[in-house]
Ligand binder design. Structure first.
Ligand code: HEC
Ligand code: HEC
Ligand code: HEC
Ligand code: HEC
Ligand code: HEC
Length: 426
């Protein structure tokens, strides 16, 4: 009997001790809230403020966001986040930098929709989720905080997010969509990038350890960065070219790519669009840079190597005018302008007035046909490896008008001046 009493009182003592420990130091958030309470007492200048400070309750604090399917407890530790007097305090007690929480209402938005991290967690390690490889969305560090604004904003209305916009521009002018797809548009040779910022994309390849450290153990960001910076570092890399981007360019591209994931917010959360809607660039040159330049080269000059391909390099497209029997600049301009305007040159009246009209139209149809249907690059050595680059089919991704305006751009690229001086030299 004495033994039983002894054991049970030991248990009681232990439980009391454990509770006391938990109350005081065990729960990180209690500790921070106590520190905040001390700060409030020190800051109090009159009786009313003193009373408020004394009454400050130590308790679990959270923002419940049913529409976003989130519960964010970050404010259990980041208690001073809206308290402008906490400017000089240390994390996690300090006030939020900038005016972003004045523009957005904390009660309706929470923290993780911008910051990522694990909203429900109550230890710093788990809440920030840094270094937990399989946690979907570890907390973002700068400059990647720009990557989540897209969830609710039309990014064109936030031009101040410079890294994002620089990356977007690089993405759309270097032919990434010649091989990749984005929201249904683009080539067929490479993985769809529509959700590349989602969780486990990095599991495809092991990622360089140094990069994982550089990006605060965000495996997804390290993977995206490495895919662009140094595709050859990845064992299975095939057709993905090595672009000679600078460090800043790769970082900007990564900020943009990190925004390619589901919005995951209901319409009521979207910032109202002001101004006109976004229209897609339909000019031939912009379309060429978006979809074709990575394979057909800058200014369509060709020269991009293609392993074991009969012609060795992907064909240049800046001499289409000649192939289309447009022998004079005036004729080429006439045809190019009609195509740019969207006129159906195969069926117009009066008929298109260029010499060799029949042969011109036959070539035009043949070129459209290759662009719409695509073409498999033939092998030079029939026993050798498959060439990496094939002409993709664009029938689904590009409209008839888009294709005409690209052909128009290509016709205008013909180097008339150089040809004339070559003739003179003869
Ligand atoms: C259990 C307490 C706790 C919780 C919960 C918590 N944090 Fe923190 N947070 C801290 C502490 C302590 C620091 C400072 C030390 C550090 O960086 O780990 C900090 C730092 C930060 C920083 C600055 C990081 C840096 O180094 O620049 C950000 C941003 C942040 N937290 C966001 C969040 C978000 C978002 C959540 C909710 C998903 C959250 N925190 C939840 C305790 C917490
Ligand atoms: C609308 C988006 C948005 C929301 C919501 C938001 N933040 Fe931030 N947060 C930002 C941005 C952007 C920055 C960087 C601002 C800057 O550097 O001027 C930032 C910076 C911070 C920092 C400082 C990081 C550092 O390196 O010093 C902390 C800490 C932080 N946020 C915590 C929170 C917490 C906690 C919440 C929720 C209570 C929250 N934020 C809600 C966008 C947001
Ligand atoms: C969960 C949705 C949501 C997220 C995420 C979000 N915002 Fe907003 N933001 C809004 C809403 C709603 C408004 C109110 C705008 C309106 O409709 O007038 C707003 C307004 C603004 C405004 C002022 C109005 C304007 O358009 O000039 C700025 C600036 C802004 N947000 C910047 C940001 C930045 C930067 C980020 C990313 C760090 C961000 N927002 C993330 C929803 C969001
Ligand atoms: C993934 C690389 C790749 C992309 C992207 C690509 N092409 Fe091609 N293209 C090729 C290859 C390789 C050939 C040669 C195929 C062959 O030999 O049959 C080719 C052939 C062509 C031809 C026929 C050239 C000739 O000499 O017969 C045209 C026209 C053409 N491409 C236009 C385009 C246009 C317009 C775009 C963008 C909308 C585009 N290509 C995007 C790889 C590509
Ligand atoms: C000539 C075709 C081609 C072009 C052009 C191209 N890529 Fe790729 N890319 C690939 C292929 C193929 C892979 C798959 C590599 C592998 O795993 O073998 C890839 C992989 C990637 C990945 C990893 C995606 C994933 O799901 O694993 C990213 C990110 C990426 N590319 C970004 C870009 C960007 C940004 C550009 C433009 C600057 C670009 N790519 C241009 C062919 C291309």
């Amino acid at each position: 009997m004495r033994k039983v009493v002894l054991v049970s009182s030991l248990i009681v003592v232990f439980v009391l001790f454990f509770e006391a420990y938990r109350e005081n130091v065990g729960d990180e958030w209690r500790y921070y809230q106590k520190r905040y309470k001390e700060e409030l007492k020190k800051l109090a200048t009159n009786d009313q403020e003193k009373q408020l400070a004394n009454n400050y309750e130590i308790k679990m604090r959270q923002i419940v966001l049913p529409e976003l399917n989130r519960v964010d407890r970050c404010i259990s530790c980041h208690v001073g986040i809206e308290d402008s007097r906490m400017g000089d305090a240390q994390q996690p007690l300090t006030v939020h930098p900038g005016d972003i929480l004045e523009i957005h209402e904390l009660d309706t938005i929470g923290c993780t929709v911008c910051h990522d991290g694990q909203g429900r967690a109550i230890t710093a390690k788990e809440a920030h989720a840094v270094g937990i490889p399989y946690w979907e969305k570890p907390m973002l560090f700068q400059p990647f905080l720009q990557s989540n604004c897209f969830r609710c904003h039309n990014m064109d209305e936030l031009p101040q997010l410079m890294k994002f916009h620089e990356g977007k521009k690089i993405f759309f002018s270097n032919g990434c969509l010649g091989c990749h797809k984005l929201e249904g548009k683009g080539g067929q040779l490479a993985p769809d990038l529509t959700n590349v910022a989602d969780a486990n994309i990095h599991l495809k390849h092991p990622v360089n350890e140094d990069l994982i450290r550089q990006f605060h153990k965000n495996f997804n960001i390290a993977y995206i960065y490495e895919s662009v910076k140094n595709p050859k570092a990845q064992p299975e890399v095939t057709a993905m070219p090595s672009f000679n981007f600078s460090e800043e360019e790769v970082e900007a591209l990564t900020v943009f790519l990190k925004s390619l994931s589901a919005r995951a917010v209901p319409a009521s959360y979207l910032a109202q669009k002001r101004g006109g809607h976004q229209s897609e660039d339909v000019q031939g040159e912009a379309l060429f840079r978006k979809y074709c330049v990575a394979c057909h080269g800058i200014d369509a000059k060709g020269g991009v190597k293609n392993i074991n391909y009969v012609k060795r390099t992907v064909p240049a497209l800046n001499t289409l005018a000649e192939r289309m029997f447009l022998a004079e600049p005036e004729d080429a301009n006439k045809a190019a302008e009609l195509l740019e305007k969207g006129v159906d040159i195969t069926n117009m009246s009066p008929e298109l007035d260029v010499p060799n009209r029949g042969r011109f139209l036959a070539q035009y149809r043949a070129i459209r046909n290759v662009i719409e249907k695509g073409s498999i690059a033939g092998k030079e050595d029939s026993k050798g490896p498959e060439p990496l680059l094939h002409m993709p089919s664009w029938a689904e991704g590009l409209t008839r008008k888009d294709i005409d305006s690209i052909i128009s751009y290509l016709i205008k690229l013909y180097p008339w001046g150089e040809k004339k001086s070559e003739e003179n030299n003869e």
